[in-house]
Write a protein that binds this ligand. Structure first.
Ligand code: HEM
Length: 402
């Protein structure tokens, strides 16, 4: 039992460009507020930011639901812009059915199979980047890696895949407020959604990819054919921008912390740990949403039924009550067991082993081939709602000679 606590309000706007330019200082203010959950006046939603409170919400799916929608829009009160995700936006027990299908399609065996082609692609892209001299690492290197290896693994045909980036921006931008920027973006929604839905069909996918593995569950009667299509859509929604942005931010961290880069360069086997630390320190997914299913007493604060809760996993990753010197980027840190960057509980990232594989393969190749990383211009963050990520990272790599 907790004694009743006075609600704490804040005028912070987590979707504003100012907040997005530097979320870490406002995260500190939110964590240090007098209550474990804070009311955000601008959107009439709650926000949790301390590690322990974030875990408490994510572990409590019976009261904090995903069926209210993955973003600010409240599906209990308004109509969603697209059919809700069959995995992210449903609660147990229904959620287990679809989650099991994706878990199997993304099995350890599958990851082992794709590793060699991921490595070959990373090697080729990094060799090309070194030869080019100065380049913008986001479009010219980072985007190209997941945009090649992941849709290939799903079994999509090779073509201009840039509509996947537009779709990702819509999906993740759609988790925020409706702004003029978002309305403008959504002018392409019909065309881009049609492009994506066409690529999710059984006949559009190769017979040996992750997409076909999902359709095999429809053949086995575990799910309907139309559900298989929507599960492939979930992968195409969540599978490219997340890794692009996390790899881009990790690359910036390494460029800005030469002493950490030196450790990785001398020990390419530490690539997985470096990416893991970056996923805690500064990564693509900073926040999630839950919606209360009933009136809730949350650690002494009273929440009403069908209220939205913003879960700031990026703030939990920097909580000094959990992590010693949380604002230090340290690739030797042991993060995995307490990692919060992939969420937690029943909805924690179903593809986190795939994401880790991509990060590991990319940074191991970089560490084997590159001596120095030089920033040759300012890194530019995207400030619109959506995933956290860079639009530009001007860089020059020097090749290792031994
Ligand atoms: C570094 C890259 C990634 C990060 C940081 C990340 C982060 C997350 C987070 C935080 C969640 C939890 C959402 C919630 O609880 O509301 C999640 C769920 C999910 N992610 Fe990822 N993700 C990444 C890569 C991927 C990839 C590559 C895929 C697809 C292959 C993917 C597919 C999904 C799906 C389908 C869910 C929903 C799982 C469920 O509801 O049970 N993610 N991800």
């Amino acid at each position: 039992m907790h004694s009743a606590a006075a609600p704490v309000n804040s005028d912070l706007d987590p979707f504003s460009p100012e907040f997005r330019a530097d979320p870490f200082e406002p995260y500190t203010r939110l964590r240090e507020a007098a209550a474990p959950i804070v009311w955000l006046n601008k959107y009439s939603i709650w926000a949790v930011s301390r590690y322990q409170a974030v875990r408490a919400v994510l572990d409590d799916w019976r009261r904090f639901s995903n069926a209210g929608g993955g973003g600010l829009a409240n599906y209990f009160l308004e109509k969603p812009w697209r059919r809700p995700s069959l995995i992210l936006e449903v609660d147990p027990p229904e959620h287990q059915r679809t989650r099991r299908v994706l878990m199997q399609a993304l099995s350890a065996h599958r990851l082992q199979q794709v590793r060699v082609t991921f490595e070959a692609q990373a090697d080729a892209l990094i060799d090309e980047a070194i030869e080019r001299g100065a380049l913008d690492a986001i479009p010219d290197l980072v985007q190209r890696f997941p945009l090649t290896v992941f849709p290939d693994a799903v079994g999509m045909r090779r073509e201009d895949r840039s509509p996947m980036l537009a779709y990702g921006a819509m999906v993740f931008g759609g988790f925020g407020p409706v702004t003029p920027w978002y309305q403008d973006l959504m002018k392409q929604a019909d065309a881009v959604s049609a492009w994506i839905m066409e690529r999710c069909q059984r006949q559009a996918l190769s017979a040996d990819g992750i997409g076909a593995a999902i359709y095999a569950h429809a053949d086995a009667g575990d799910i309907e054919e139309g559900e298989a299509t929507l599960l492939v859509r979930s992968l195409l929604s969540a599978g490219v921008d997340t890794t692009i942005d996390s790899i881009g931010l990790c690359l910036r961290c390494l460029a800005e912390h030469p002493e950490q880069w030196a450790v990785l360069r001398d020990n390419p086997g530490m690539a997985r740990r470096a990416f893991e630390e970056a996923t805690r320190f500064d990564s693509s997914s900073q926040s999630l949403f839950r919606t209360t299913l009933e009136d809730v007493d949350f650690q002494g604060v009273q929440l009403k039924k069908h209220q939205k809760v913003l879960v700031l996993i990026g703030a939990a990753g920097r909580d000094p009550a959990k992590w010693p010197q949380p604002d230090r980027f340290d690739i030797q840190r042991r993060v995995t067991a307490s990692q919060i960057g992939y969420g937690a509980g029943v909805h924690s990232c179903v593809a986190q082993m795939m994401a880790r594989l991509e990060g590991e393969v990319f940074f191991a190749a970089l560490a084997r081939k590159v001596q120095d990383i030089e920033l040759v211009g300012p890194a530019v963050l995207r400030l619109q709602p959506g995933l956290r990520g860079l639009s530009s990272l001007p860089i020059r790599f020097t090749r290792k000679t031994i």
